[in-house]
Write a protein that binds this ligand. Structure first.
Ligand SMILES: [Zn+2]
Length: 441
């Protein structure tokens, strides 16, 4: 549409970074005494570290002095006190709208309350993402979700705010989804997950449906779940002839970021959440472009005291303005802290290997493991599954793969081929433990 506003919130989405930093500082300085006063866990942790809100007078004080909070602290507090929210809840119980629980992939789920004010903050964030994906007044958003998302209400409130309506489905009910695409013809679909994408592909094939026809009215799919890979991106852009925006975030804060049309990193909303990148397990900052753990502070979250929260996600950021005109930080996720190996002082993540393997039809099944036999290794060693029909070509493939991976990662590579069945006994393809631990010799 000629002259159409490309941003939902032009002021915040294009705020020059010096002003963004001033806004962050003002919001952080207001938030610090609030969480200290209202979150019992934050108060415990800060008291133990000898930090008081009166010590925090600038953004630099905040990053230099405020202690980090992690999931284990919440669990320990919950077990010690019986407080369901682990000392994180900042508001009276009668203000709570909903209580959600985190997915608990790395332990017991955490309970996450939300109130009306915070639903509005999340709705603002999602409205920016939806608008960026192309949702407009009068459109239909296909919202396919699970019930344990903290910003559940915000997901459809955001669409209503734009003036769109919502067709609800659930994540893995593939026949219902296909029916929705066929008759409702949504403009945007959110939460295309890896199992849903491949479930849709298989169901359409078995029904003899042409995805390019079925998905013709869909302007964009918003991808979530595991990080999108070149192979899954091609499924949407080539086989379905549509557009896909990668969306990711942090399960505990339920804060998400999304790619714009440039597909160059995921845009954060720096006016709502404050992001830092540090050496994993420390508070030592790393520069934009360097790999580190993401720490988040939910500056506008009145319910939960997420202050310098250790996400355990590693990646890097870009802070220069994007070609879309947005000035927000862009994030590039690499993986969980526990899934990294170190080779010649360089952090390496399974997704980086996956991206190279997908260039080879013989290995695009993604059945592989990284062998970890030392804290800091000299060579990146892989166990890579092969199918019987590819056995005669393995030595040629080894040379090509080692060269490709070596060029991309700048490291010596050693590949050990094993029959795919030997790795598949460890779990379904996307659940095979990516790190194979071997005791040091
Ligand atoms: Zn952009």
């Amino acid at each position: 549409m000629a002259g159409e506003q490309p941003y939902w919130n032009p002021e915040m989405e294009t705020l020059p970074r010096p002003q963004l930093r001033q806004l962050q500082e003002a919001r952080l300085l207001a938030h610090v005494p609030y969480v200290y006063q209202h979150s019992a866990l934050v108060r415990d942790v800060w008291d133990a570290a000898g930090v008081h809100p009166s010590h925090i007078r600038s953004l630099d004080d905040f990053t230099a002095k405020v202690p980090t909070i992690d999931k284990d602290m919440v669990r320990v507090f919950r077990e010690r006190t019986g407080d369901a929210f682990g000392g994180m809840h900042c508001r009276p119980a009668d203000e709570i709208c909903d209580i959600h629980s985190s997915s608990g992939t790395t332990g017991a789920p955490t309970f996450l309350p939300i109130n009306r004010r915070d639903i509005d903050v999340f709705a603002e964030s999602f409205a920016r993402h939806y608008w960026c994906a192309g949702l407009r007044p009068g459109h239909t958003l296909s919202l396919s979700l699970g019930l344990y998302l903290r910003p559940l209400q915000a997901l459809y409130t955001a669409a209503h705010r734009i003036g769109a309506h919502v067709a609800l489905t659930d994540w893995l009910d593939i026949p219902r989804l296909l029916h929705t695409f066929r008759y409702i013809q949504p403009d945007i679909h959110i939460f295309l997950t890896p199992p849903q994408a491949f479930g849709l592909r298989d169901e359409m094939a078995s029904e003899g449906m042409d995805p390019k026809v079925l998905f013709d009215p869909v302007k964009a799919f918003i991808w979530a779940g595991d990080a999108i890979t070149p192979k899954t991106r091609r499924l949407v852009t080539e086989e379905w002839a549509s557009v896909v925006h990668d969306m990711s975030g942090t399960a505990d804060l339920s804060y998400v970021m999304m790619e714009c049309q440039a597909h160059d990193g995921l845009h954060a909303h720096d006016d709502l959440w404050f992001l830092e990148v540090v050496e994993p397990g420390t508070t030592t900052p790393v520069a934009p472009g360097e790999r580190g753990e993401f720490l988040y502070t939910a500056m506008m979250d009145s319910s939960l005291g997420f202050v310098r929260w250790r996400s355990e996600d590693v990646g890097y950021i870009a802070t220069e303005p994007c070609i879309c005109g947005r000035t927000s930080t862009r994030l590039y996720f690499l993986g969980r802290v526990g899934y990294r190996v170190t080779v010649r002082d360089q952090m390496i993540f399974p997704v980086e290997i996956q991206h190279v393997l997908e260039l080879f039809p013989e290995f695009d099944h993604g059945i592989f493991q990284i062998i970890r036999d030392a804290g800091n290794m000299d060579t990146l060693k892989l166990r890579l599954g092969f199918r019987p029909q590819d056995e005669p070509a393995l030595e040629t493939l080894r040379t090509q793969l080692e060269q490709h991976l070596g060029d991309k990662l700048g490291l010596p590579i050693a590949i050990h081929f094993v029959p795919t069945e030997d790795l598949l006994v460890l779990g379904p393809p996307h659940k095979i433990p990516r790190i194979h631990e071997v005791a040091a010799a």
